[in-house]
Design a protein around this ligand. Sequence first.
Ligand code: SF4
Length: 425
Amino acid sequence: MNSADTEIVKSLLRKEHNLVESPDEADLVFLNTCSVRDNAERKIHERIIHLRQYRRNRKNMFVGILGCMAERLRERLVGERDMVRLVVGPDEYRKLPELIEEAARENKSGIAVELSTVETYEDIEPLRTDGISAFISIMRGCNNFCSYCVVPYTRGRERSRTAQTVIDETARLVAQGFREISLLGQNVNSYKSSDGFDFPELLVRLAENHPEIRFRFTTSHPKDFGEKLIDAMASHANICKHLHLPVQSGSSRLLELMNRRYTAEQYIAKIDLLRSKIPNIALSTDIIAGYPGETEDDHRATLELMKTVKYDGAFMFKYSPREGTKSYKIGDTVSDEEKIRRLNEIIDLQQNIAFEKNQLEIGKIHSVMVENVSRRSEADWKGRTDTNKKVVFPVPADMAIAEGDVFNVKILSAGSTTLKGEMCD
Ligand code: SF4
């Protein structure tokens, strides 16, 4: 979401400003920030310190903080390390040109952190610079108020773009040569446009308009994920057979404390339905270790759910208290040592599951969309299956190949994160 927002910001600034790639060349550096975990914020404070060195050559260089951290910390960020002069929240990017001008002209600082109930930036064409994959934000904000999550406070309430602007933007991207489009929202399942589309309807329209393009989406909330979307995925070959469905915990008791509004049993029932209609679907998830009040039994329930679902991938983190959220008030009741132990068990289990699942891919032929040359060897290229698995395979030196090309690749070996194969007919 932040990458997509950065493209919007670049688009808003490109008319009046020269965008440069390195802080060496910059008079103003923007950091687009995330507040979802403490670690993400810590990195930004470190980055601000790091950027001070560029003042040696550019005495007037200053920093602007964008995104969720700007929204959360507001004036507390202004003046940090004598570097930060602009603090602009995710719904205020249209003010950036004016704020920059004032800051540069009058040597002032500026803050804009109002949240909006209507801003979607649907009329702004994001400035996308490279690659074959494009993001389209179809909605912003979140109404779910999971007890641990700061997003509803930093990104505001849910609002959806009109379907027509998404349909038009997709057509322009296809004409520009993009081969894969990811639709983004904090909870795409609650997309509801003023021109009458829900999310499955929008996805089907896009997939049918552009059968040669791969469509992905993220993120789905399990409580809103349903059969209509499963049917849309099952009936369109170009809607990728990968679903990210964050479970967070395998304990229904804990899920209730987290205000997730589904039980572990309901979650598993949705996975069963999904697999009955799309047997080859790949699944990924998010898991939090050590949420306040999590017992050893709750932790074991998470491990059991992982064994039942058998995810292909997972983002796994220890709980990080976020000021202003409901769970922040409860306090961080699981010790850091215990959180780390549980997290390590979760990571170990997931690696084993992913490794075992990937062994089942050996001998299968996948349609792989090429992304770029492998970092390890120039003779190898890297791409993804529609199930979002990374595949590395050799390409003959005299063969012309480009990002976005699609090849059949037979899988020859597999680790827990990468498959290796060879091109075949
Ligand atoms: S659904 Fe829950 S975890 Fe996801 S952004 Fe909304 S509040 Fe946060």
